[in-house]
Write a protein that binds this ligand. Structure first.
Ligand code: AMP
Ligand code: FE
Ligand code: FE
Ligand code: ZN
Length: 288
C-alpha cells in the first residue's frame, strides 16, 4: 500500500465528519488530514454540506485545498447507492432545497428504522440515536452505537450484521430518491457526480455494468477507483471498468474515525496508470 502522490500532491476526495457519521469535527478532520500530508481534501458527509464552512476555515489555516463535497444516498433498482458530488456550488439555491428534502427523507427513514427495530426492546431508540448524532438526524451508524450501548449487540459489525445491514429490518431504503435525480442535483449546482465505492454494493460484474450505464446516461462522469480496504484485485477490476466506460477516476479513503489502520486520511493505494483523474477536470484543476 503506497500513499498516492501525484508529484507534490496527496488527494483524498471522500471522508466524513460529525456533520454526518464521522467521529471528528470538520476542524479536527482537516487538521488530521494536514498531519497526514493531505494537500487536497473533499469532505463528503452523507446528504449534507453542513460541515463545509468550518472545514474551509480550518483548511485555509492549514494550507489544505478544500474541494466542496457531499455523498448523496439514492436508490437504483433495489440497491442503496452512494453518489459523491464534488466541486459544486454549495450555495446553489436548488441544491440547498434538494438537501433540505433529503434531510426530511433521512428523518422519515430514522423514524422508520426506530419502528422496525422496536423488537430489540430499547426504550426511546430514536431519541438515543438522535443524541448520538448531536441532535441531528441519526444515520445507521448512530443506531448501531445505541444498540452497542444497550448491550443488544457486541459491536458495530454485529449491529449491521443482525439489524442494519443490507436486507436486515433496519435497512430502510424506501425514502431515497432515484439515481438520476441526485445526479441532476449535483450537475445543477455545477459539480461532478462520482459513483462511490462501486465494490461495496456486492453486485455481479454485469449488474455493476448496468448501474454504470444508467449512471452515465444520467450525467455521471466519474467513479471511485481507489478506496480504502480494497484488494489489489478490486483495484485492477475498477481501473479496467473505468477505462472501458471512459469515466474519470476518483480516489478517497472514506475515513470515518481514527484508529482503523486500514482506513486513514490520505492513505489510498496508488491509482493504476492509464486512467484520467477527476481532479484534472476541477474548476481549478489539480496537478495538470
Ligand atoms: P446511512 O447513510 O445512515 O444509511 O449509513 C451509511 C453508513 O453506515 C456508511 O457510510 C457506513 O459508515 C456505515 N455502514 C454501512 N454498512 C456498514 C457495515 N456493514 N458495517 C459498519 N458500518 C456500515
Ligand atoms: Fe458513513
Ligand atoms: Fe458511502
Ligand atoms: Zn462515505
Amino acid at each position: 500500500m503506497t500513499i498516492t502522490q501525484e508529484t507534490d500532491f496527496c488527494i483524498d476526495l471522500h471522508c466524513h465528519s460529525t456533520a454526518s457519521d464521522g467521529a471528528l469535527s470538520p476542524q479536527e478532520l482537516v487538521e488530521r488530514a494536514a498531519t497526514q500530508g493531505v494537500t487536497h481534501l473533499a469532505l463528503t458527509d452523507h446528504d449534507t454540506v453542513a460541515g463545509l464552512s468550518a472545514a474551509a476555515l480550518s483548511a485555509a489555516q492549514k494550507g489544505v485545498t478544500l474541494i466542496t463535497g457531499t455523498e448523496l444516498s439514492c436508490v437504483w433498482r433495489s440497491h442503496t447507492i452512494h453518489i459523491v458530488g464534488l466541486d459544486f456550488d454549495p450555495e446553489n439555491r436548488d441544491f440547498r432545497d434538494a438537501l433540505a428534502v433529503q434531510n426530511a427523507n433521512r428523518w422519515a427513514r430514522a423514524r422508520a428504522i426506530a419502528d422496525k427495530l422496536g423488537k430489540t426492546g430499547v426504550d426511546d431508540l430514536l431519541g438515543k440515536a438522535t443524541a448520538k448524532a448531536d441532535g441531528d438526524v441519526p444515520g445507521r451508524p448512530h443506531f448501531a452505537r445505541v444498540l452497542m450501548d444497550e448491550g443488544v449487540v457486541r459491536d458495530s459489525a454485529q449491529a449491521f450484521k443482525r439489524y442494519l445491514g443490507q436486507g436486515k429490518p433496519g435497512d430502510v431504503r424506501a425514502y431515497w430518491p432515484g439515481l438520476g435525480e441526485v445526479v441532476q442535483w449535483i450537475l445543477g449546482a455545477g459539480g461532478v457526480a462520482v459513483l462511490a465505492h462501486p465494490r461495496k454494493y456486492k453486485m455481479t460484474a454485469s449488474r455493476l455494468s448496468a448501474l454504470v450505464s444508467d449512471f452515465k446516461q444520467a450525467g455521471g462522469k466519474a467513479m471511485e477507483v481507489s478506496t480504502s480496504g480494497q484488494s489489489s484485485g478490486d483495484l485492477g477490476f475498477l481501473a479496467e471498468l473505468c477505462r472501458r466506460e471512459k469515466l474519470l477516476a476518483s480516489q478517497g479513503s472514506d475515513f470515518h474515525f481514527p484508529g482503523a489502520p486500514w482506513c486513514e486520511l490520505g492513505r489510498i493505494a496508488k491509482m493504476p496508470d492509464g486512467i484520467e483523474p477527476v481532479w484534472h477536470h476541477f474548476k481549478s484543476p489539480v496537478g495538470h
